[in-house]
Write a protein that binds this ligand. Structure first.
Ligand SMILES: O=C(CO)[C@H](O)[C@H](O)COP(=O)(O)O
Ligand SMILES: [Fe+2]
Length: 218
């Protein structure tokens, strides 16, 4: 299981310091909110570019924005390694994913808890990552929604059946207990914000998550 600390719960006044505390994780998860697709506002490509100088990790940019197509080039140029777009944010998901694939970034599709897997079936063969939201997007610190576990299992089944290559990422309410549930059904990347950064020692929290995932997962 790869661990993806979400800087949504980091100290925005000390991002450089905070990201160094989680250098033992494979990914850095960067939540981009536009105040339209979700209520809150976070940061843009300029912040990604600034962070890029301080980390070699995979920059996993989760775009919670309307009109995602408008932002793809700037995030790719800023140093995003993966750009994830919500299927709910565009009627043209195939076009947007094709656009990402023409940049240096890998393409991810994201689905909300209320969206079925059938909404993304047609694009599963073209994506590098599928992100299953395990909370409703918009804020950190929410409780994991148990009913999303079935979708992780379904995605893992489709991956094996069709030989797809995507990572299966989960995001929201991940802690040392919930990570076991998603690891057991095939998740390969776990995002965690509050569990990692709302603790004294974020480095240790990453290690705790990794160990917990191994008990029931890979
Ligand atoms: O996309 C997100 C919210 O929309 C965040 O990545 C997610 O909520 C992480 O926070 P936590 O681990 O505290 O639930
Ligand atoms: Fe996220």
């Amino acid at each position: 299981m790869k661990i993806a600390p979400s800087i949504l719960s980091a100290d925005f006044a000390n991002l450089e310091t905070d990201i160094k505390k989680v250098a033992n994780a494979e990914y850095l998860h960067i939540d981009i909110m536009d105040g339209h697709f979700v209520d809150d506002l976070t940061f843009g490509a300029n912040v990604v570019q600034a962070l890029r100088k301080h980390s070699e990790q995979v920059f996993d940019c989760h775009l919670m924005v309307e009109n995602p197509d408008k932002y793809i080039d700037s995030f790719a140029q800023a140093g995003a390694d993966i750009i994830g777009v919500h299927v709910e944010a565009t009627p043209h998901i195939h076009r947007v994913l094709s656009h990402i694939k023409k940049t240096s970034a890998k393409a991810g599709v994201v689905i909300n808890p209320g969206t079925p897997i059938t909404a993304i079936t047609e694009v599963l063969g073209m994506v590098d990552q599928v992100l299953i939201m395990t909370v409703d997007p918009g804020m950190g610190g929410q409780a994991f929604l148990e009913e999303t576990v079935g979708k992780v299992k379904e995605l893992a089944h489709l991956k094996a059946q069709h030989g797809y290559k995507y990572e299966i990422e989960v995001d929201g309410g991940i802690n040392d207990q919930t990570i076991k549930k998603v690891a057991a059904v095939g998740a390969t990347v776990a995002v965690a914000g509050s569990f990692v950064f709302n603790a004294q020692d974020p480095t240790k929290q990453v290690a705790i998550l990794r160990e917990a995932a191994q008990i029931n997962g890979d």
